[in-house]
Write a protein that binds this ligand. Structure first.
Ligand SMILES: [Zn+2]
Length: 207
């Protein structure tokens, strides 16, 4: 009976425990706001999924002196769990945007808006105001997707180098990381974003 009920209702999607803070030794800690769309798959553990994505993001950005901490978690509506169009993407993040935090949206499906099919993640600019940027990650994502999208957030384009985490083509190696020139670019962009206040460090107080 309980199982039947749970499968009919959307389960509460808030993580049961807080995520780890940035390591004290890191140069810059970026504030993330996490927005979680509800889902009806009681076998899918949002907390474990987000913890793994965050762990990989921290691991890959560490050479740039950068780490990430979730400063706030909010729940989306059931209608926001499937993101189909460009307008859906805009609607998800445009109005919520604010200085100091990087918004990350966790959804159940994210359509490719250029051709049929689904994608795993995207770094998106609101078409009404391109300075409002945010990240959407689908629950189908392997562990490195948030790290890759944050690479875009900190200024990186895609790469043809097989060993680059920014390579999304068929010649990409299974084990990839940011290359030295990519680390340099992330470091430079992080310095600019933090000094302008567009990204805030939670260790300096609330953003
Ligand atoms: Zn990409």
């Amino acid at each position: 009976m309980l199982t039947t009920l749970a499968s009919l209702l959307f389960l509460p999607a808030l993580p049961p425990e807080p995520m780890p803070p940035c390591p004290p030794s890191i140069d810059r800690c970026a504030s993330l706001r996490l927005w979680i769309a509800p889902h009806d798959d009681d076998a899918f553990d949002d907390h474990a999924f987000v913890a793994t994505q965050l762990e990989h993001a921290n691991l890959h950005h560490q050479p740039a002196g950068l780490a990430f901490a979730i400063v706030e978690t909010r729940t989306l509506t059931p209608a926001e769990r499937a993101i189909v169009s460009r307008a859906d993407r805009d609607a998800l993040g445009h109005a919520n945007w604010r200085r100091g935090v990087i918004d990350v949206y966790l959804v159940s499906s994210l359509a490719n808006v250029d051709e049929p099919g689904e994608i795993r993640g995207v770094h998106w600019r609101s078409r009404a105001d391109r300075k409002r940027r945010f990240i959407i990650v689908s629950r189908i994502s392997p562990p490195h997707v948030l790290a890759h999208e944050l690479g875009h957030y900190f200024g990186l384009p895609h790469s043809d180098a097989p060993a680059s985490l920014m390579n999304t083509s068929a010649n990409a190696l299974p084990e990839r990381a940011f290359l030295p020139d990519e680390i340099t670019r992330i470091t430079r962009r992080a310095r600019a974003l933090f000094s302008s206040g567009l990204v805030a460090d939670p260790r300096q107080g609330p953003p």
